[in-house]
Ligand binder design. Structure first.
Ligand code: NDP
Length: 297
């Protein structure tokens, strides 16, 4: 039975504290992964970040690890999430440092080929799509955005369950999958492979939430709209941060009611909510500035 609490116990800093938590963010060196890593570290967690580029991870940890609190951002070294061998090594390294993992964020993703299906003449339409895309490019997009999410989560199940079994009541293990609004809408946005893959990512998160509940591990997903990142802006500055101009967001070919990209704070709020609310499982939390209210989905 849920216990009654005093008003003071409902303060935001209590509800969303992740003090003492251990977290792992794939692709945590840039973009949305970095926003999540910062949110967790700012609220007390030890956050391990991984990705393929060591220099990015080291620089991100040095720049963004909080200087004035117990939380930390720690570069755990490179890992290609599409490699089972790399995931094995990552698990061994983390398990040698930590007894449990409270939160895994499967965030690493790639955009893949662009091929806008804009022509209404079928021959021209075929040429647009056939000439600018390939089965191997599709396979690569699915490897990173779908299969790797599955294998990363599966690999870390024991450390996640160790968190759930810990005597500390707040130490529950869960997973947040970063999917996309692109996996929910019906438009291809000029990248069929990515949108199809993200549709699979959304469904994979639902499957894992049902199947891994038996191990007391929750799985939820954030489906972002437009957020500044290397993927959406083509690069980042010396602090691994990116800027996405309002005009770029508004030029996407469909309405974006918010009129701008999402902010670090808005991603942080979504991340902390799913991390801390143990009554939520299998949820796809859309954080899109209202886009999916305007386009077919
Ligand atoms: P970024 O390109 O900034 O971040 C992607 C991160 O993933 C990078 O740090 C990259 O690091 C890492 N990565 C890519 N491939 C691999 C791999 N094989 N193994 C390990 N790490 C890898 O883009 P975003 O922040 O935008 O992307 C983060 C997630 O958010 C993705 O899943 C993306 O699809 C999703 N998303 C983003 C949206 C946005 O508007 N920004 C909207 C909706 C969803 P490295 O290259 O060093 O490996």
């Amino acid at each position: 039975m849920a216990q009654q609490v005093s008003t003071g116990e409902l303060r935001a800093d209590r509800l969303f504290s992740v003090h003492g938590w251990v977290c792992l963010v794939t692709g945590g060196g840039t973009g949305i992964g970095l926003m999540c890593a910062q949110a967790l570290a700012a609220n007390g967690a030890r956050v391990y970040i991984t990705g393929r580029r060591k220099e990015v991870l080291d620089s991100t940890a040095a720049t963004h690890s909080p200087k004035d609190g117990p939380g930390q951002i720690i570069a755990i070294g490179p890992c290609d999430v599409t490699s089972k061998q790399d995931l094995d090594a990552l698990y061994t390294t983390l398990a040698s440092k930590e007894k449990y993992l409270n939160l895994l964020i499967c965030n690493a993703g790639i955009a893949g080929p662009k091929a806008a299906p804009s022509a209404s003449d079928a021959t021209e339409l075929r040429a647009q799509l056939w000439d600018n895309d390939s089965p191997s490019a599709w396979a690569s997009v699915f490897d990173t955005n779908v299969s790797a999410v599955y294998f990363t989560t599966v690999k870390f199940l024991p450390l996640l369950q160790a968190a759930t079994r810990s005597p500390h009541p707040h130490m529950a293990g869960s997973v947040i999958v970063i999917s996309s609004m692109s996996g929910i809408m019906r438009g291809a946005q000029g990248h069929f492979a990515y949108n199809a893959a993200k549709g699979a990512t959304v469904h994979l998160a639902k499957l894992m939430s049902t199947e891994f509940a038996k191990a007391s591990i929750r799985v939820n997903s954030i489906a972002p709209g437009y957020f500044p990142s290397e993927m959406t802006t083509g690069g980042s500055d010396d602090a691994q941060k990116s800027v996405m101009a309002d005009e770029k967001v508004m030029g996407k070919g469909h309405p974006v009611p918010a009129g701008r990209a999402g902010s670090d704070e808005e991603m942080a709020q979504a991340c902390l909510f799913l991390a801390k609310n143990r009554y939520v499982n299998g949820e796809i939390l859309v954080v899109d500035g209202g886009v999916l209210g305007q386009v077919p989905g």
